[in-house]
Ligand binder design. Structure first.
Ligand SMILES: *Cc1c(COP(=O)(O)O)cnc(C)c1O
Length: 230
């Protein structure tokens, strides 16, 4: 196996084993390959192994790669901060946006999603540990944002995404993941139909799967260390 195959196989095995430990079905946990700072060729190599969902966090960088990969059927997820002046590009070129955290951005994404496209699939990003300076809506803001999403055409609210405090111990991170599950349940009790919990990265995907993640976002352990931005 070449290094790409080795890393892909290792991450897939970790997800399968975590599902086994948690008595969950591997088909219920999707792998999002976070390709930020990696080349279009690196994406192509992973796609050739069967990976079809890729995540990017900068619109301009992503659009350049997409142009070189238009022959492939890829599901693109935007997972980074959304500047207002990039909302149009993001709405028109991505299938999913996981980093929606305020009403203004939500309205713009819906307005810019062209009608022949299927609705944009959305996750609300939650600042689950309520860290100052960190992106994401506070848990208290979620009902209002979810209601707005439900009222807008061309967007489909699928779930919640979080990035817990970096470097916290496992029990603290597990508690954050559990609060995400409770927030999803609360929104569904209000009539929403969220089926996605996007949580878990290279370092904590097993923990996230154990606590109920349905989508892990893995960069480093799939692609190797990120080269510096040029
Ligand atoms: C970069 C990034 C990841 C992947 O992180 P790794 O630790 O490299 O697996 C996941 N989610 C988001 C939002 C990211 O920006």
């Amino acid at each position: 196996m070449n290094p790409v195959e080795q890393r892909f196989s290792a991450v897939s095995t970790r997800i399968d084993q975590a599902c086994g430990t948690a008595a969950r079905t591997p088909a219920d946990v999707r792998l999002l390959a976070v390709s930020k700072q990696h080349s279009a060729d690196a994406i192509r190599a992973l796609h050739a192994l069967g990976q079809n969902a890729f995540g990017e966090n900068r619109a301009q960088e992503a659009l350049q790669k997409m142009a070189g990969l238009s022959d492939l059927s890829i599901e693109w997820h935007f997972i980074g901060p959304i500047q207002s002046n990039k909302a149009k590009d993001i709405a028109q070129h991505f299938d999913w946006v996981q980093s929606v955290d305020r009403a203004k951005v939500l309205r713009k994404l819906a307005a810019y999603r062209p009608a022949p496209h299927r609705p944009l699939q959305l996750c609300l990003q939650v600042n689950i540990d309520e860290e100052p300076q960190k992106a994401g809506a506070s848990p208290a803001q979620l009902p209002e944002l979810a209601a707005l999403a439900a009222a807008l055409d061309q967007v489909n609210l699928r779930g919640l995404m979080c990035i817990p405090t970096a470097g916290a111990d496992a029990s603290t991170t597990a508690a954050s993941f559990r609060r995400m599950v409770a927030l999803q349940q609360d929104l569904n009790a209000r009539g929403h139909r969220l089926d996605t919990l996007s949580m878990g990265m290279s370092g904590d995907l097993e923990l996230a799967v154990r606590e109920g993640s349905t989508m892990v976002r893995v960069g480093t352990d799939l692609f190797g260390p990120r080269p510096p931005r040029t």
